[in-house]
Ligand binder design. Structure first.
Ligand SMILES: Nc1ncnc2c1ncn2[C@@H]1O[C@H](COP(=O)(O)OP(=O)(O)O)[C@@H](O)[C@H]1O
Ligand SMILES: CC(=O)OP(=O)(O)O
Ligand SMILES: [Mg+2]
Length: 399
């Protein structure tokens, strides 16, 4: 085997992982440890065998989950020694304004990730726990952090500055950072390739619609505007996050319901979005409710697609010229109904979805705009793991 990278995406209760060859993108294995620290913990590993290798937990913590992952490789393959690991690549959501590229992890990088916890309370603590545990599990390997924020370090000041007292920015780092950058970078590059052009010539609007969701305006390969801000709460409607609300809302809730800042923050992150509107966070479930005649679910879809359409129009204005609108992540890649609804009525902007192409079976990279469409509308499956693996190798070479 050529040299591989083990990519870890450690979330609050799960670890997604992949073993891949950064040169070709070939995935030798991958899997998921879910419900870490809860009942019903489970590991599912896809190795060389036909059948997935599954092991029930419990997995009380990140360390035990990583041990299970090592055991899965040992028992179901491929052999990690044969993979001649070049590095372990870690997804880290918040890198502040310190990192615009992947970085080899040392004590000071760990410390920065820790200092940024207040800005990404849901995401940075598990990532840091994962880094610490993985460095103990694989002490001989270089570990590289690849940040969601890095691609957005090109945002111009007019886009990343909030109109608030300026000492908040200087003393506290209050500004827009943007997230999902690894996905936006990869997907915008693939979109340029599908148009047969170099990234520097292409303007695109990338819609990353997963559990978390964000939209980025990419001008000539650089992020110039994005919907997430100081934290991954701002912008689009998400599975459990509100996206944009009036900034006066927390004060209003404090006065009327006595809710603390912490309580409001938690509610807006975990009990809002689709979940808050209709009791379901999974888009497939939301559509099931719509089809069963549930008016709350129908409204949830209306709010979700209205928000997307509003951002597409705004980012059209930011870019001036748009070559492609690109859908990616779980909803963007799989949900033709949401795609069609989100871009409905934008024909005057040259943006249209062809019904036949949009609903044609089969995944992969594809055009869903009409043949003579002015703006290309594309579906590009994201591959954050491949982008992280490539970034890890680049950082190790540069170190
Ligand atoms: N076939 C599908 N139709 C509609 N939504 C889908 C489909 N498959 C996955 N999704 C949605 O994608 C979302 C998860 O996206 P994903 O990119 O996997 O999220 P994350 O990586 O943030 O956990 C869920 O809301 C899920 O319902
Ligand atoms: C930053 C972010 O929202 O990530 P995720 O979509 O994985 O929650
Ligand atoms: Mg995701």
């Amino acid at each position: 085997m050529t040299r591989h990278v083990l990519v870890l995406n450690v979330g609050s209760s799960s670890i997604k992982y992949a073993l891949l060859d950064p040169a070709t993108g070939h995935r030798a294995a991958g899997g998921l440890v879910e419900r870490i620290g809860e009942d019903g913990g489970r590991l599912v590993h896809h190795g060389p065998g036909e059948e997935p290798y599954e092991r029930p937990g419990p997995y009380p913590d990140t360390e035990s989950a990583l041990a299970a992952l090592q055991a899965a490789f040992a028992e179901a393959g491929p052999d990690l020694a044969d993979a001649r690991l070049a590095a372990v690549g870690h997804r880290v959501v918040h890198g502040g304004d310190r990192y615009s590229a992947p970085v080899v992890i040392d004590e000071s990088v760990e410390q920065t990730i820790e200092e940024l916890i207040p800005l990404a309370p849901l995401h940075n603590p598990p990532a840091l726990a994962g880094i610490r545990a993985a460095r103990r599990t694989f002490p001989e390997l270089p570990h590289v952090a690849v940040f969601d924020t890095a691609f957005h370090q090109t945002l111009p000041p007019a886009a990343h500055t909030y109109a608030v007292p300026r000492d908040w920015a200087a003393e506290l780092g209050v500004r827009r950072y943007g997230f999902h950058g690894t996905s936006h970078a990869y997907v915008s590059r693939r979109a340029a390739a599908l148009l047969g052009r170099v990234p520097g010539e292409v303007n695109s609007i990338v819609l990353h619609l997963g559990n978390g969701a964000s939209v980025t305006a990419v001008a000539g390969g650089r992020s110039v505007e994005t919907s997430m801000g100081l934290t991954p709460l701002e912008g689009l409607v998400m599975g459990t996050r509100s996206g944009d609300v009036d900034p006066a809302l927390p004060a209003f809730l404090a006065r009327t319901r006595g809710m603390t800042a912490e309580e409001t923050d938690k509610a807006l992150n975990t009990a809002a979005g689709l979940e808050g509107l209709c009791g379901a966070r999974d888009m497939r479930e939301v559509w099931r409710l719509v089809d069963a005649g549930d008016p709350a679910a129908a409204l949830a879809i209306d709010v979700y697609v209205h928000r997307i359409r509003k951002y597409v129009g705004a980012y059209y204005a930011v870019l001036g010229r748009v070559d492609a609108v690109v859908f990616t992540a779980g909803v963007g890649e799989n949900d033709a109904r949401t795609r069609a609804r989100a871009l409905a009525g934008l024909e005057r902007l040259g943006i249209a979805v062809d019904a036949g192409r949009n609903t044609a079976p089969g995944g992969g990279e594809r055009f869903i705009s009409p043949k003579d469409g002015e703006v290309a509308v594309l579906v590009v499956p994201t591959d954050e793991e491949r982008e992280i693996a490539a970034g890890a190798v680049q950082a190790v070479r540069g170190a």
